[in-house]
Design a protein around this ligand. Structure first.
Ligand code: ATP
Length: 317
């Protein structure tokens, strides 16, 4: 079991009457990509600001890399990187100069700075444009440069607030691949705030869902899907001559399936309330002589979890 890099207990922060973060208990483990999901105004950015020592909590306690973000702020900032929603780059300067200035601020040693900047420009595929002014950059290039900037001092943990917001699919995928490689190849811990559930599904080892400042779920995407989504789509392929028989049997199995089974391209598609029904369904078919060649379940996605948690109708009903 990996060690905890972030620990929060009962963390609470108010703005006037608004409780932006409400009794938050959270543990982020070393080396994981931890997704922090929630609607607009759920409290994600406030949480990141608390973990960075920018805001003080009104209640509760927290540790990041074993440090107190408020009293150990400088020590923590030397070991962490933050990409905010509106990363400010200097448009008048080149990408290289933007990085050189920040390298100086982050205290990267002078003998390493040139090679570190060149290495990051290369990693983020910006070398060819390193000496162009940032004003000429596309949104995707700017975001890659902003991400490169957060890595100058080789931080152990990265806080990324909506890193792909406003990017087209190609640029977003590039940023996602970089985030994945930071975790998988460099062992960095990533705390990722995102609205993008497909991105979270792809990148995150574990996620937490925040609603009006409160944590409503926490776990791996698969754990959350099994816990919260009470439906599972199945495809069943039988011997062709048994398809009608299977359709009749399943149409009568209303205690196991939701709605009616459908015939699609020589197989059957149906919705059940959870994986627990699968053995019973299979037994029912086999006991009545149906030869089952294939049974495949479409695991619910984080998007299904999100809608289930928010009490909305599941998206394709
Ligand atoms: P988004 O996804 O829109 O960025 P978020 O989940 O990051 O939202 P926060 O920005 O943390 O949410 O805001 C949480 C709540 O706290 C909101 O109701 C917001 O209006 C309020 N809030 C945040 N910062 C301040 C502030 N400086 N002053 C007053 N209220 C604030």
């Amino acid at each position: 079991m990996s060690t905890a890099i972030i620990n929060a207990e009962n963390l609470t922060r108010r703005f006037g009457d608004t409780i932006a973060v409400n009794s938050l208990d959270l543990e982020v483990r070393s080396g994981e990509v931890f997704g922090f999901l929630g609607h607009n105004g759920a409290g994600k950015t406030t949480t990141v600001r608390l973990f960075n020592g920018v805001l003080e909590p009104h209640e509760g306690s927290m540790r990041v890399l074993g440090l107190d973000p408020i009293s150990d702020g400088p020590a923590l900032r030397a070991r962490s990187g933050v990409l905010t929603e509106s990363a400010s780059l200097d448009n008048r300067l080149t990408a290289r100069d933007n990085l050189l200035i920040y390298a100086d601020l982050f205290g990267v040693s002078r003998d390493k700075v040139t090679s570190r900047v060149a290495e990051l420009l290369e990693l983020f595929e910006l070398s060819q444009h390193a000496d162009a002014r940032v004003a000429t950059y596309s949104t995707g290039m700017r975001q890659r440069l902003a991400l490169a900037r957060t890595l100058l001092h080789d931080p152990e943990i990265l806080f990324l607030d909506e890193p792909t917001a406003g990017l087209d699919p190609v640029a977003a995928r590039q940023v996602d691949e970089l985030i994945a490689s930071l975790s998988q190849e460099k062992g960095r811990t990533v705390f990722l705030c995102t609205h993008n559930l497909v991105e979270a599904q792809k990148l995150c080892d574990r996620v937490a869902v925040l609603e009006h400042g409160r944590l409503v779920a926490q776990g791996t995407p698969v754990e959350l899907a099994r816990q919260y989504v009470r439906r599972l789509d199945l495809q069943i392929e039988t011997a062709p001559e048994h398809l009608d028989l299977a359709l009749n049997i399943l149409s009568d199995a209303s205690s196991l399936i939701r709605g009616l089974p459908r015939r699609t391209n020589g197989s059957l598609t149906l919705t059940i309330t959870g994986r627990e029904s699968i053995p019973d369904l299979l037994t029912l078919l086999v006991n009545q002589g149906v030869r089952v060649y294939r049974l495949a379940a479409n695991e619910p996605s984080l998007e299904d979890v999100y809608f289930a948690l928010h009490g909305e109708k599941e998206k394709d009903q």
